[in-house]
Ligand binder design. Structure first.
Ligand SMILES: Cc1ncc(COP(=O)(O)O)c(C=O)c1O
Length: 371
């Protein structure tokens, strides 16, 4: 069997060792329901609060505004359905979990405007300024794009929004932006942030929405009143704790060394004639890129790579393996004649491992595209 080169970490990352250990330890030692009144329940509840504080500390947020959800999709939907908005503004390359509910709101009569992006995938700030000549309830701009990694200082975008319309709420989907370089250091102009555990080496089935502690939500899920009534459902302590371990590890390990390893990898790909790498910028998710190749379709290249053990994707894993035309590449007016694949790396992958994967990509491209 081929060795596996998993280059689809924007779709999901493997559990890191600390997240795995935390997951099993919590399942073994704190399986009581954190809402139960007995001492085992109280202990589990105490642990939930310890992890909430740890997440808040590393993310620079008030623990009272850390809401545990099941995933980034839920966090984004929770925010978009939290209030009866009249006008919202979103980036044109937002993930489907912002885009689709926004389109539904539009059908229901809410004004939804989209911000243009440039060829580099970054939102056009001039266009955002024009859109904000009129008041809006909410602006949502992702911190790093899931298909290209493109992103710019989100604190800067938030500051401009507040300058232009101080009463407008600002949200960023940071599902793909957990690293010491991409995380917004100054969160004072940001009202909401979305996170997803399985994008940063935590388990699947858990995420967060960071919000102002006093913000009034119309909850998506009602029942037991957990998370201060903002998100009902039994609090899943083991995956929450494991997520926080993954978060701490990713913040510690996705720094300069990882950035260097990623750049080494992208430089190897750039040696392939005519290859075009979009979205690799130090302010964005430098471990995610979209690569366009001449003379071969993206799906054919992805299949050929898979036959050699290299797993890449055609775009967002949530959009049916890229069978539909990418809304993101379309918005960026990317050359439609090339075959595009998304490649995304993780910090557990060594230089040797990534070099071997790059060799295979060179080899497969030579065999299939250049004949
Ligand atoms: C930017 C972005 N937002 C939201 C999501 C949805 O994440 P989840 O799988 O946690 O619902 C994804 C997943 O790819 C994403 O990349």
């Amino acid at each position: 069997m081929n060795q596996l080169y998993y280059l689809d970490n924007a779709a999901s990352t493997p559990l890191c060792p600390k997240a795995r250990d935390t997951l099993f330890a919590l399942h073994d030692e704190h399986y009581a329901n954190p809402s139960s009144g007995h001492s085992a329940g109280r202990e589990a509840r105490g642990m939930v609060e310890v992890f909430r504080e740890r997440a808040a500390r590393i993310l620079g947020w008030d623990p009272g505004g850390v809401i545990f959800t099941s995933c980034a999709t839920e966090s984004n939907n929770l925010l978009l359905k939290a209030r009866p908005y009249q006008r919202i503004i979103i980036g044109s390359t937002e993930h489907g979990s912002i885009y689709m509910p926004s389109m539904r709101l539009q059908q229901a009569g809410v004004t939804v405007d989209t911000i243009r992006v440039g060829k580099d995938g970054l939102i056009d700030l001039e266009h955002l300024g024009e859109l904000l000549r009129e008041p809006a309830d909410l602006v949502s701009v992702m911190a790093a794009n899931n298909e290209t990694g493109a992103g710019r200082s989100i604190c800067g975008v938030a500051r401009l929004v507040k300058e232009w319309q101080p009463g407008t709420l600002f949200h960023t989907d940071a599902a793909q932006a957990v690293s010491p370089h991409t995380w917004p250091v100054d969160t004072k102009d940001i009202d909401f942030i979305t996170l997803s555990s399985h994008k940063f080496h935590g388990p699947k089935g858990v995420g967060m929405l960071l919000a102002p502690p006093e913000f009034q939500f119309l909850p998506l899920l009602e029942g037991g009143g957990q998370e201060e009534g903002r998100r009902s459902g039994t609090t899943p302590l083991p995956i929450i704790g494991s997520m926080v371990a993954g978060l701490e590890e990713s913040m510690a390990n996705r720094g300069d060394d990882f950035n260097k390893r990623c750049n080494m990898f992208w430089d190897r790909l750039r040696e392939i004639p005519s290859v075009e790498i979009s979205g690799v910028r130090d302010e964005g998710a430098y471990w995610i890129a979209n690569a366009g190749f001449s003379g071969i379709r993206g799906d054919a290249l992805a299949r050929a790579l898979e036959s050699r053990g290299v797993m890449v994707s055609m775009g967002s894993a949530c959009s049916g393996q890229g069978k539909k035309k990418s809304r993101v590449l379309d918005a960026m007016k990317v050359d439609g004649k090339k075959g595009h694949i998304r490649i995304s790396l993780n910090y557990l992958q060594t230089t040797e491992h990534l070099s071997a994967a790059a060799d295979i990509i060179h080899d497969v491209y030579k065999t299939y595209a250049l004949g």
